[in-house]
Structures are given as C-alpha cells and as structure tokens.
Design a protein around this ligand. Sequence first.
Ligand code: SF4
Length: 236
Amino acid sequence: MTPTRRRELFARLAASYPNARGELHANTPFELLVAVVLSAQATDVAVNKATQKLFQVANTPQAVLALGEEGLKSYIKAIGLYNTKARNLIALCRKLVNEHCGQVPRKRETLRELPGVGWKTASVVTNVAFGQPTIAVDTHIFRVACRTGLASGNSRDAISRWLEETTPRNYKHNAHLWLVLHGRYVCKARKPECWRCPIEDLCSYTAKTPAPEKRHRVIGIRHKHRTPMADGGRHG
Ligand code: SF4
C-alpha cells in the first residue's frame, strides 16, 4: 500500500471512530496491566465485571500479593484460564515489588519480562498507559491489516512491527483502537460488511461482500432464469 493511500485510510478511520477508546476499565497503569493480562481469551465485559470488584480490594501489586493466589482466584474465576492467570498475576506482582519498586515499567522490553506478559499486552500498556506509539495486534487487527493490505505477516507480532513501521506518525497512537473497532463492528470475521465500509475503495480484499439488496437482486435473477429442467434434475 502506498504511503498516500495509507494516510487516507487512517484519516477515514479517524473520522469514522472519533470517540474511540479502550473498552477495558482501568484508572492506573497497574489496573490496566492486570485487566489486559486477564483479557486473553476473555471478553472485555467479563474482565470489567471481575476487576470492578477486585480493584475495590486490591489495585496495587502489594494488595494483590496480600490476597494470595486463592484469594485472587475468587475474584476472577468467571474468566477463562483463571488458574493460570492467577498464578501469573501473583508472580507478576512479586516481580514488580521486588524489582520495580511496585511500579509498572514504561519500556515494552521490560514489561515483556513479567510473567504472563507478551508482546501484545506490553504494547497495549505502553500505548494506553504511557502514551507511546506502539500498536498492539489482536485477532481483529490482524484480520483488518491483512485484508486491507495495510500489513502482511504470519504472526500478530510481525503485523504489529509492520504497522508500527508504516503507520503515519500522527495516526500511530490511536491506530490500534480504530482498527480493533473496525474489525469488531464492520470488517467482521465471517462476513465483512464491505457495502458500508468507509475504506472500501482503499481495501485490497478481493472477495468483498455486496450490499444486502444487491445480493437479493442477484438471487432473484438466478431464480428468474432457472429452468424447470434445472429444478427437476435436482429433485429427481
Ligand atoms: S472493504 Fe470489506 S474487507 Fe475491506 S476493510 Fe472494509 S469491511 Fe473489511
């Protein structure tokens, strides 16, 4: 994709999602880090429900450690993989207290050394909590980037690096928010709603979905031209 086309694509996404913001509830970098760790293979709604109660009693590494693994589990047990996540979060809090004075590191490389924190989690935290121009890639962004031609690669981390290298500077901070919303609500996994997509003419996906009325018209034409022979042949 050419730089001009790329710039135009982000300009349109920015105009389409003017109030884009993350859907995980968090007031501090630590709360955000915990919420993102919990969000792997879980919905934002389920995570917000759990953290609403958890953060009332424990929203610092020290307080989570005081809860202990079993205590923590009692707050997050409605979330998938909660046993592993509880174990990781306790180890993560211990490391924050022992090696970072209880503070969340600002560098992505340092964040990645924490238990349960991968490239995506570290990218979300550096972007949202510390305002850095990192682009986290989830399943929605991966799909939108590949379909549109914004990036290509075999892994989310590769797409993340590609997007960080090519996204115009003034769009970099919010790029992941626009792309995730676009993937969630328009460029859906099973059937992208291309007929109402604001970047349709810039997107290189070849199997674009036509507007519903056009689809009906096509089906209608097919029915009109179907011969009795054709139907008879099918039903014997
Ligand atoms: S045109 Fe279709 S495939 Fe391309 S970004 Fe829009 S919804 Fe997705």
